[in-house]
Design a protein around this ligand. Structure first.
Ligand code: SF4
Length: 323
């Protein structure tokens, strides 16, 4: 089987995640997952607080609720309100990013600027306890601008499943760039064919919709089909794979070989699936068995399925390692 050539995804990082000592206290965050990914990616970095002239070191800023009128980003020690500056910077900076070239974003968790969720919101300007949570100012702008891109914070990426989900999406989106550039139906059909079972494992109903788009029964022009397909692709993989959908995808693949397997082999497969259902093993274990059968029966179509290798195999150790 020919080896697959991966596209390099483009990922935007918060600059303090291992790139620069730009935190308020002139510190840097050690971010091993990001550091290990760098050889496989193209990347850009941003520090919104430095970009609005807050300097390093600086007194911390925080989000305050503005008595029902919205939120403000303020520096309590000086009373400086940087909300407008931050919003202006965020919109201007995001305008410089091409949504067709950007695949993912990893932002610093819990930051009033970069956080994408769970950032403390204070109900007053003086001393008080935080009473709410939400996204930071820049993180919120990123989520609004790129709702279907792979956007995460480094805190969430401690979770093994979310690391896998993030990598799967950025390599999928990067590969789709090749299809978009080719502007040919046969390139789209080949892409869809390679990812058919991955899509089923993500979301069966969306996988069915995306399958109808590529079938193009209405004979739409290629550019229109590509635009519809890209939107549906991003929606299909928007949320992590669900165990029931994974089991369903595996059942389909199992069906390719089941009549050529011995009773013991089938029992072994069913036992593994029971372990997977019970959460005792990850889905990679039955996947390895299915791939072995694809090798044994020399099934090129199944062997090419991205569900067995949704991102470069060299990255598996980074995903498996718990930090
Ligand atoms: S969290 Fe964002 S704004 Fe704060 S130091 Fe890191 S990159 Fe800069």
């Amino acid at each position: 089987m020919a080896s697959f050539s991966w596209e390099r995804p483009l990922v935007l990082f918060s600059r303090c995640l291992g790139f620069d000592n730009c935190r308020y206290n002139a510190q840097i965050i050690g971010f091993e997952f990001g550091r290990q990914l760098l050889p496989y990616l193209d990347h850009a970095t941003v520090c919104p607080e430095m970009a609005v002239g807050l300097g390093v070191p600086r007194d911390p800023i925080r989000i305050e609720s503005d008595r029902g009128k919205g939120r403000r980003l303020v520096q309590p020690s000086t009373g400086r309100d940087v909300s407008a500056d931050m919003e202006k910077f965020a919109e201007g900076f995001l305008d410089t990013l091409d949504p067709e070239k950007l695949d993912g974003v990893i932002l610093k968790s819990r930051s009033p600027s970069c956080g994408i969720a769970g950032v403390k919101i204070y109900p007053c300007t003086g001393k008080c306890m935080a009473t709410g949570k939400g996204p930071g100012f820049f993180g919120d702008a990123v989520l609004r601008r790129f709702p279907l891109h792979a956007v995460e914070d480094e805190g969430r990426l401690i979770d093994r499943g979310l690391r896998e989900h993030f990598l799967t999406r950025i390599f999928l989106f990067a590969e789709f760039r090749r299809v978009r550039a080719a502007k040919k139906m046969d390139a789209l059909v080949a892409f869809h064919s390679r990812h058919k079972y991955l899509f089923k494992a993500y979301n069966q109903s969306k996988a069915s919709i995306i399958g109808k788009i590529v079938a193009n029964h209405d004979r739409l022009p290629v550019a229109k089909v590509l635009a519809l397909y890209e939107r549906a692709l991003r929606e299909t993989v928007a949320k992590p794979m669900r165990p029931t959908a994974i089991i369903n995808a595996y059942e389909h693949i199992f069906g390719y070989f089941s009549d050529r397997l011995s009773k013991q082999e089938k029992e072994h497969y069913f036992a593994l699936m029971d372990h997977y259902r019970a959460g005792r093993i990850t889905f990679n274990v039955p996947a390895a068995l299915l791939k072995n059968w694809a090798l044994r029966f020399n099934d090129e179509y199944i062997l090419a399925q991205s569900i067995f290798e949704p991102y470069p195999a060299e990255l598996t150790m980074i995903v498996e390692r718990s930090e």
